[in-house]
Write a protein that binds this ligand. Sequence first.
Ligand code: ARG
Length: 352
Amino acid sequence: MQKYDEAREFILKCYRELEKSVEETQDRLAVIKESLMQKATYELTYEELEHGARMAWRNSNRCIGRLFWKSLNVFDERHLTKASEMVKALYRHIEFATNEGKIRPTITVFNPRMRIWNHQLIRYAGYETKRGIIGDPHSVAFTRVCEELGWSGKRTPFDVLPLVVQINSEQPVCFSIPDELILEVDIHHPYYPQFEELGLKWYTVPMIADMALEIGGLRFSAAPFNGWYMETEIGARNFADVTRYNMLPKVASLIGLDTKSDASLWRDRALIELNIAVLQSFKKSGVTIVDHHTAAKQFGRFEQTEMDVGRELTGDWTWLISPVSPSTTHIFHRHYDNKVVKPNYSQQENPF
Ligand code: ARG
C-alpha cells in the first residue's frame, strides 16, 4: 500500500518534530490506515497541514529564504466548493500577506479538486502586438486565455491579470482583483532621478499559484504561497532579462554608459543601478524586501540550524546563487545536494 507508506513516513516525521507521544502517533496511523481502506484517501488534521506546509517550504531546494520556514501562516480552505468562495479566500490571502507592506509568508490550501490557472496571484499581462510585446512577455499565453474568457486589460505595461480558478474539470472562471488589494511600488533611483522616466513599478508580493503542495501522499493542486521578494528577482530578472522587460539598454542610456562595447561592462553597471533602485524603492515605501547578501547570510544560518538538529540540507545550487555578483556570497563556493525530500512543492502540468 504505497499510499499508506507515504502517509506513515510523513506522520512519523511530523509527529516527532511536534514532539507527540508514541501512543498518539500510533493511534493516528491506525485511523489513517482505516480511512485509506474505506475511502482510498485520508484527511490531514489542521496541525498536520500546517506543519506539513512548513516542512515543504523547508525542503524547497531552490529557495534561499528558508530560514523563516516556521513562520509560514497557513489558511485551511479545503472545505470550500464554489469558485466564488475560492476567489474570496484568494482576496483574503492577498490582503493578509500584503499587510500594508509588512509582508507575511502565507499559504492558502484548497481542496485537491481545485486549480488556479495563474502563475502568480498578482502578475502583469503581456500582449503581442505588431510593434512588439506590451507588458510582461512571460504572461502572453495566459493573457490570451484571460481574453478568451472575456477579460480585457487597459494594455499598459503593468495591467494586473485577473484570477482564473477552476473546479474539477469545469470551465474556469475569471475574477478581477479589486485595486485596493494590490500594493505596488514605483521604482525610482536614490541618485539618478532620470530613472522616473522608465515608468517602472512592480507588485509587492510574489504569490506562486501554479505549484502543487505534496504532503503524506496527498497532493493539493491549488495551494498558493508567498514569501517576500529578494531584489534580484525584480531588478536582475523581471526588469533585466532580454525575454522579460529588457530594460538594461534603456537604463544604460539614461545614466550615460557606452553601450557600443560589450567590454565597457555597461550591462553589469546598469544591472547594479537597477537593483539599487528596486531595493531603495521598496525600502522607502516600507515594503519588505531582502538584498542578496543578507539573504545569503540568512541562508547560512538556515544551513547551521538544519545541521544542529541533524537534518541533512538539500538545495539546488543553480537556483540558490544570486544572479548578481554570486561569488560574493558563500553559497557560490560550496556544494548542495539537490535530492527531493517530501513534503514539498512541485511543478504541475499547465492547464491551458
Ligand atoms: N522570481 C519570481 C518573481 O520574480 C518569484 C518567485 C518567488 N519568490 C519569492 N521571493 N518567494 O516574480
